[in-house]
Write a protein that binds this ligand. Structure first.
Ligand code: DGY
Length: 322
């Protein structure tokens, strides 16, 4: 199908491979200089757009959709879509695409790195050496093993199971909690438990759930109180799954020994935030999927979602309306 006259807009700077491919196939309104697009420009493009390539930098809600009368498809270059009102899109008959699958290994690798860091404190140890403390023979202290410990994964989708495999390579036991028990958990060597059982038994609690009203502040003062003394928390899902102030209190009291997070609330996290004043925290800047290969794959899957939507075909990766 010739889509040359179809107008596609991008909400922000795209990976060059995605820009080139789209530019070849459609009439592309692309914002490649980076930074924020002026509002007038954004609204003018939106009024003409038949497809929207979202880089995840905007809220897609009724207010935005009302300014986009020609939209046939939206595709976002991320697996998470908590910034998109899926029901509002569905009510207008607009399918929404995302990018599951292609980022699983990259995200699982960073999560595994954060698990290891929360136990072995690699980032802190580097700072110790860099400060000259090692040179002055100041002790760094002891860290803790992964082997024999229990990792509790809340949200056992493709990413959760890829993390489980990595943790098993470090001889950890893995328990998980999901809305539904997986049919392949025996094959994966992981055990389904209730959320309370997980909180009570895990030495490491890893969050891999999607953010929605039922998971907002899932980790709060009450759920932290149910965890083991000295638990470690790793968050690679969305910052708002954790009540940040409750986590800070627990890190200060020692109830939580360490928190390692790729996502925070607020995000981006200001340098002077309370969380960063604590010694038992590692924060990375929401970069779990940020490898060249993975970001290219995410961008190209987003292009495929857009092209399918414009051609009235099923999207290769479509968000299901619940
Ligand atoms: C995602 O794809 O949702 C990751 O968090 C990267 O944005």
């Amino acid at each position: 199908m010739d889509l040359k006259n179809c107008v596609v807009m991008a909400s922000g700077k795209m990976r060059q491979c995605a820009y080139d491919k789209l530019n070849n196939e459609v009439h592309l309104l692309g914002w490649q200089q980076g930074g924020r697009m002026p509002k007038e420009q954004f609204d003018a493009w939106l009024a003409e757009a038949e497809a929207l390539f979202s880089t995840g930098n905007i809220r897609i809600d009724e207010k935005l959709l009302a300014k986009a009368p020609k939209l046939k498809v939206i595709a976002q270059a991320s697996v998470g879509y908590d910034n998109i009102d899926i029901a509002a899109c569905a009510a207008r008959g607009i399918p929404v695409g995302n990018t599951p699958g292609v980022l699983v290994d990259a995200v699982a690798d960073l999560a595994y790195g954060l698990i290891i860091d929360s136990a072995r404190q690699i980032v802190k140890a580097h700072a110790h050496v860099k400060s000259g403390a090692w040179g002055e023979r100041k002790p760094f202290g002891l860290t803790t093993d992964l082997a024999g410990k229990t990792l509790g994964i809340i949200g056992m989708g493709d990413i959760g199971s890829a993390i489980a495999k990595r943790a098993q390579a470090s001889s950890m036991q893995v328990v998980y909690h999901n809305r539904h028990q997986r049919s392949d958990d025996a094959k994966l060597g992981v055990k389904y438990v209730s959320q309370d059982e997980l909180l009570a038994s895990a030495d490491f609690v890893l969050l891999a759930v999607t953010l929605n009203p039922s998971t907002k502040h899932l980790i709060n003062a009450e759920t932290i109180a149910k965890m083991k003394q000295g638990v470690r928390i790793i968050n690679i899902s969305r910052g708002a799954v954790v009540d940040t102030e409750a986590l800070c209190d627990a890190l200060e009291s020692g109830k939580v020994a360490y928190a390692a997070m790729d996502v925070t609330d607020p995000e981006p996290l200001p340098g002077e935030h309370r969380l960063l004043s604590l010694p038992n925290v590692t924060v990375t800047p929401h970069m779990a999927s940020a490898t060249t290969e993975t970001r290219d794959a995410m961008a190209l899957l987003t292009v495929d979602n857009i092209l399918a939507g414009l051609a009235d075909e099923p999207l290769p990766a479509e968000v299901k309306v619940k």
